[in-house]
Design a protein around this ligand. Structure first.
Ligand SMILES: Nc1ncnc2c1ncn2[C@@H]1O[C@H](COP(=O)(O)OP(=O)(O)O)[C@@H](O)[C@H]1O
Ligand SMILES: [Mg+2]
Length: 154
């Protein structure tokens, strides 16, 4: 992982395995009661990263895309992983009908795809906001830290 000073942290993920592995390392080090917001177009690799993160938290549960269910929870060795796809939500009110911070039982780890539908300010903090995008000229992806800090390396 690249350490940024004042510059934005950017990571190159050449293939699906790299996205998965990066998510797994994040899951291994993420502090409990944390939100990870994942921005990026359809097919950017958001769910792939959550699958890796789930593995890093210590579950082999098959993480499904929660596009039609909005919200899926998985027990892991380190706490409950809550995976929200906000694609079809229309603002913070929709979100609050679905999930209030009080409903999260510590230790929890919340991953939110399409956080801009809700606004990252409405999501529980501390929050790490990541963005996945196509890496120009390659078939890979580029990950950028938009807000918050990556956990320190192990
Ligand atoms: N770093 C990467 N390079 C190339 N393809 C990737 C990368 N990460 C994920 N993918 C692929 O992108 C596709 C969409 O991934 P997915 O995680 O479902 O995206 P999203 O949840 O953002 O819609 C999958 O086929 C996955 O294998
Ligand atoms: Mg997805």
């Amino acid at each position: 992982m690249t350490a940024g000073s004042r510059e934005r942290v950017t990571v190159c993920l050449p293939d699906e395995e790299a996205t998965h592995a990066w998510g797994r390392r994040l899951g291994e080090r993420l502090a409990p009661d944390h939100t990870v917001a994942l921005s990026g177009e359809l097919g950017a690799g958001k769910t792939t990263l959550v699958r890796g993160l789930a593995e890093g938290l210590g579950t082999h549960a098959r993480v499904k895309s929660p596009t039609y269910t909005y919200l899926l929870s998985y027990p892991t060795e380190r706490g409950t992983l809550v995976h929200l796809d906000a694609y079809r939500l229309r603002g913070a009110d929709d979100y609050e009908e679905l999930l209030l911070e009080e409903q999260l039982h510590s230790p929890w780890f919340l991953c939110v795809e399409w956080p801009e539908r809700v606004g990252t300010g409405s999501l529980p903090h501390p929050l790490l906001h990541l963005r996945l995008a196509a890496m120009p000229g390659t078939s890979g992806r580029q990950l950028t830290v938009e807000e918050g800090r990556l956990p320190p390396p192990a």
